[in-house]
Design a protein around this ligand. Structure first.
Ligand code: F6R
Ligand code: MG
Ligand code: MG
Length: 369
């Protein structure tokens, strides 16, 4: 049986400021998705939130880019926006950039990561949900899962993985993509994805000799760029990802291991600062400090004929306590730089800035040196 897993997410309002999705919104989302499940549109669903983002984890048999599924998610966001407006939540309807649904949420504000595959005898999946950062935040951990033998022992030990993986990389500024194979093209891959604000990993596929079919994605990341869509800053494009695990793919323990290192990502306050990505439980996914630090939640599920068995709130484990402590130390260190780079992003990566106005005001006072 072919199952599709879709995460469709949007920031449609939060409290206080950009911190948390209101329970009323999650309740409404759950009710609406329950109806969709009873109508047969969905096989199953789980409603999650991280910071100000409402994340709908949906399973179905309709394939990726399904009008029915995207329409159902769109409807949830529209109805929840009404509740958010009623409560005067902050940024109510922020990610709803269009009034009319045209068949697919892409380009309309929400972010989306989907994959369709033949469900294996046992199918573990991990949904990663981030807030206050950008899609490139996934480059380092996804690379480590599928390309780094110091993280993933299976690349050395499991004959299925020994020939590596294929990485589909998007150039998000030029709207082009390239497929790179590891280990053969490891350095080329790193040359691109190290520049994470421009080149982002979109999907990872198994290499040759893997028992998982080569055309079935093992990982997919949302790459929607809100500020490019709207032509102006309308909110960070906080990303989500789906990763399949075990039996020829990285083990779940190898999939979550990269997040034990709280690497620096861009986002945080006003989408304009570098800061550590802190792994945390759903309960603690409330970025209060300087609107951060950026958070990542990992929800593990077993698929059972499209039904979601779970979730396991992976980063609730005490094993990530030290990563959190390190993240807070790094947060303190970065914050002390105030408006100075590299805490503040370089001008080209900032989501919004007064710099052009400052330059305009001072332009006649600049003298040659
Ligand atoms: C939003 C975000 C926040 C806001 C900040 C300023 O996801 O990252 O840090 O950018 O709170 O928000 P405004 O400009 O709406 O006052
Ligand atoms: Mg918000
Ligand atoms: Mg957000």
């Amino acid at each position: 049986m072919k199952t599709t897993v879709s995460i469709i997410k949007a920031d449609i309002g939060s409290y206080t400021g950009h911190q948390k999705v209101h329970e009323e919104l999650k309740k409404k989302a759950g009710e609406l998705l329950k109806d969709e499940k009873s109508k047969g549109t969905l096989l199953d669903y789980y409603v999650a939130s991280v910071g100000d983002d409402l994340d709908l984890i949906l399973t179905h048999d309709k394939g990726i880019d399904s009008k029915d599924i995207h329409g159902a998610a769109w409807n949830v966001f529209m109805e929840c926006t009404e509740i958010a407006k009623g409560l005067k939540l902050y940024g109510a309807g922020q990610d709803i950039l269009s009034d009319a649904f045209s068949g697919n949420v892409k380009g309309m504000g929400p972010g989306c990561a989907e994959m369709e595959f033949e469900e294996r005898r046992s199918e573990p999946i991990v949904a990663f949900l981030m807030d206050k950062t950008e899609p490139g935040a996934f480059n380092l951990p996804i690379f480590r899962m599928f390309g780094d033998p110091f993280n993933t022992a299976g690349l050395i030990i499991d004959p299925n993985m020994h020939k590596g993986f294929r990485f589909e990389v998007y150039d998000i500024k030029n709207h082009k993509k390239v497929m790179l194979k590891t280990p053969e093209e490891l350095y080329d891959l790193l040359a691109l994805i190290g520049a994470k604000s421009r080149y982002v990993i979109k999907r990872v596929y198994p290499g040759p000799e893997n028992k998982v079919p080569e055309n079935e994605a093992a990982a997919v990341i949302s790459t929607d760029k809100l500020h490019e869509i709207a032509g102006e800053y309308v909110g960070k494009d906080d990303p989500v990802a789906l990763v399949r695990g075990q039996s020829g793919l990285p083990a779940v323990g190898e999939i979550v291991e990269p997040f034990a290192f709280p690497h620096l990502v861009s986002g945080w306050m006003r989408g304009s600062h570098n800061g550590p990505l802190m792994p945390c439980s759903q309960k603690n996914a409330i970025p209060t400090r300087f609107d951060g630090p950026p958070r990542v939640v990992a929800l593990g599920f077993q698929l059972n004929e499209g039904t979601l068995v779970g979730p396991m709130d992976v980063f609730a484990d005490v094993a990530y306590d030290r990563a959190r402590t390190k993240a807070l130390e790094v947060a303190d260190y970065m914050r002390r730089h105030g408006p100075f780079e590299p805490h503040r992003l370089g001008p080209e990566d900032m989501e919004y800035t007064t710099l052009p106005k400052v330059m305009e005001k001072l332009k006649d006072r600049f003298e040659s040196i």
